[in-house]
Write a protein that binds this ligand. Structure first.
Ligand code: ADP
Ligand code: MG
Length: 358
């Protein structure tokens, strides 16, 4: 243990009250730390697992300052926390992710530009700030394209798909944002995600990769560690090196996930998330140290644990429309059930996940 590691009983502040905060709080408790959640009013499954909760809006400066004063380190379960919020909290305690990592992960052009500058392959892309930008950019996209808002998109929201030859002007109007990115449509054989943890000493710990299947823009299933027939060892290394290089460039302390497309030319970068990632929930059972435990270790100064996988795993997301599947699986031998404690099962809402050995 490094001299500077936070002692048992120290308080980890977590911004956001969702399932990622909940699972981080559980991992914190297992390592002897206490979680203090900061989340707006409403359903906040993380608060059920916490030693303390502050229920306030992110622009409530008094509450933010009181929260900052009450915690020893801060992390966030979502990347859209306003940079000013993190800057305020950084006056009280170390924050993960820091302002540089946040502002990059919050903007699709910034993250793709950083990846490209680091020599990571990215799809051809163009900034779209007015309808007039569409035609010249679409002219470059022989394979069709995806138009996305640069900010606040998640689970496929804030996106439109365009065929080669479409003008895309209607799609641009429908997104209702003047800060968009047009990306060429990537032909991929599979989608992979990569995850590293990085601590204040700059040490990096990489996880095995996941292979992800999305339905309607939302992650449905992850399988991991990635089958080498789908992600050859050389590409596994490329992906792990790429996400480590990004973490270093952003001086990130915490965890960083990257989504990449597997193509015949190699990996093509899609996006990053400076937080635990849905496609690594299988690590709770599947690796010797989970993504949540490794995040806690990274931000408290505890040494990293092993990320060695213990077998092959499949993780299935349970959305609001899948509650029957959850109820059927709950008594099934070999299924690890993680319910998030959310009151209302709305379609598309992440309610639980199931992990099983395959
Ligand atoms: N340029 C692209 N080419 C092909 N498919 C894409 C492209 N961009 C996104 N997608 C598909 O849409 C999904 C969601 O897009 P993504 O950029 O990851 O947004 P989100 O922030 O909503 O996860 C991706 O996982 C992938 O399946
Ligand atoms: Mg994504």
């Amino acid at each position: 243990m490094t001299k500077s590691a936070l002692p048992e009983g120290a308080v980890i502040g977590i911004l956001g009250g969702g399932q990622l905060g909940r699972m981080t709080a559980i991992a914190a408790a297992e390592l002897g730390y206490r979680a203090h959640i900061f989340a707006p009013q409403g359903d906040a499954p993380a608060c059920d697992m916490a030693y303390a909760s502050t229920r306030a809006d992110y622009d409530d400066l008094d509450q933010l300052n009181a929260f900052g004063a009450a915690v020893d380190t801060v992390t966030s379960e979502f990347e859209n926390v306003p940079a000013e919020v993190m800057a305020t909290l950084a006056t009280h305690a170390p924050v993960s992710p820091g302002v540089a990592a946040l502002s990059t992960a919050q903007h699709r052009i910034k993250e793709k530009t950083l990846a490209r500058d680091l020599g990571i392959m990215v799809p051809d892309f163009a900034a779209i700030t007015s309808a007039g930008d569409m035609a010249p950019a679409m002219a470059r996209m022989a394979n069709g394209a995806v138009l996305k808002t640069c900010r606040l998109g998640y689970d496929g929201k804030g996106q439109a798909r365009l065929k080669a030859g479409d003008t895309g002007e209607e799609a641009f109007a429908s997104l209702g944002s003047d800060d968009c990115i047009l990306e060429e449509m990537v032909d991929f054989s599979a989608e992979a995600s990569f995850l590293v943890a990085r601590n204040a000493q700059g040490e990096v710990s990489a996880f095995p990769a996941s292979i992800n299947h999305h339905e309607d823009g939302i992650l449905a299933t992850s399988r991991a560690p990635a089958d080498p027939a789908v992600l050859p060892p050389a590409l596994l290394k490329d992906g792990q090196d790429a996400v480590a290089a990004i973490a270093e460039a952003l001086d990130l302390v915490g965890v960083l996930a990257a989504e990449m497309f597997i193509t015949p030319k190699g990996l093509v970068f899609n996006e990053i998330a400076p937080r635990p990632h849905n496609s690594f929930h299988w690590t709770i059972e599947g690796t010797k140290t989970s993504q949540f435990a490794q995040l806690v270790r990274a931000i408290t100064g505890l040494p990293f644990g092993s990320t060695e996988a213990m077998g092959q795993w499949q993780m299935d997301n349970i959305l609001g429309q899948h509650m029957d599947r959850l109820n059927n699986a709950i008594g099934e031998d070999g299924v690890f059930v993680h319910r998030y404690g959310k009151a209302e099962a709305k379609p598309g809402r992440k309610m639980a996940h199931l992990t099983r050995k395959v």
